[in-house]
Design a protein around this ligand. Structure first.
Ligand code: SF4
Length: 212
């Protein structure tokens, strides 16, 4: 009996190490080639081994957010068909408050986040004007709880989210759970204030449509 348990433990350990190695190989391939292969399979393994993979990367002094980055790119690719066939008016853009100017005069509404006044102190003003032209609703969220509330309130059919890779990964998983296809754009510098993002990439995501 003890021998059988010992064998099972060894088999389990070998399978675990093999899966970790496979996941890391796929992540390295995606990062180096910018190509995604077997997206559903890779996302499944990464989700299954999320914490061990992050800890392993940290141990080797590699940024653990790499795992989230690969997950977000896979989610973007998988969500593309459902997202791209929605109308502009059905989409919402959700921005984090950390990309606002530190002198932002906008007020916080307890209902739907921060209302940009297009004061010109940061690039969100221009983005807000572009969203109005496209017919897309734009929200600035002060945090994850608010983002969930905004999504419930606006009944969006598709979402473009902006955040750091770990928050994007979590947010895109949550939108999938409520059946809303999402696209994520990562911040280009991280932090709690004065973060930056590629605004052109945001507009491109917002405009994404399947060519007819
Ligand atoms: S443009 Fe909008 S978000 Fe940026 S500082 Fe002005 S009110 Fe705040």
């Amino acid at each position: 009996m003890l021998e059988a348990i010992g064998r099972l433990v060894v088999i389990f350990a070998i399978a675990f190490v093999a899966l970790i190695a496979v996941a890391l190989l796929f992540c390295a391939y995606t990062v180096h080639t910018k190509k995604i292969i077997f997206p559903n399979f890779v996302l499944f393994i990464i989700s299954l081994l999320y914490e061990p993979l992050r800890r392993l990367l940290s141990f080797f002094h590699v940024d653990p957010a790499l795992i989230d980055g690969v997950s977000v790119e896979i989610r973007n690719a998988l969500n593309y068909p459902d997202f791209a066939c929605t109308n502009m008016e059905e989409r919402v853009l959700i921005l984090p408050q950390c990309i606002r100017s530190t002198e932002c005069p906008a007020k916080l509404s307890s209902l739907d986040g921060i209302h940009c006044m297009e004061c010109g102190k940061c690039a969100i003003g221009e983005l807000s004007a572009s969203c109005k032209e496209l017919g897309i609703k734009m929200y600035i969220s002060p945090g994850g709880t608010f983002t969930g509330r905004i999504l419930m309130l606006c009944r969006a059919k598709a979402v473009v989210g902006i955040a750091c890779y770990p928050n994007l990964n979590e947010g895109m998983l949550n939108t999938k759970l409520i059946g809303v296809p999402s696209q994520g754009v990562p911040l280009t510098t991280q932090g709690c204030v004065n973060t930056t993002v590629d605004y052109e990439a945001i507009i491109n995501k917002c405009k994404m449509q399947i060519s007819k």
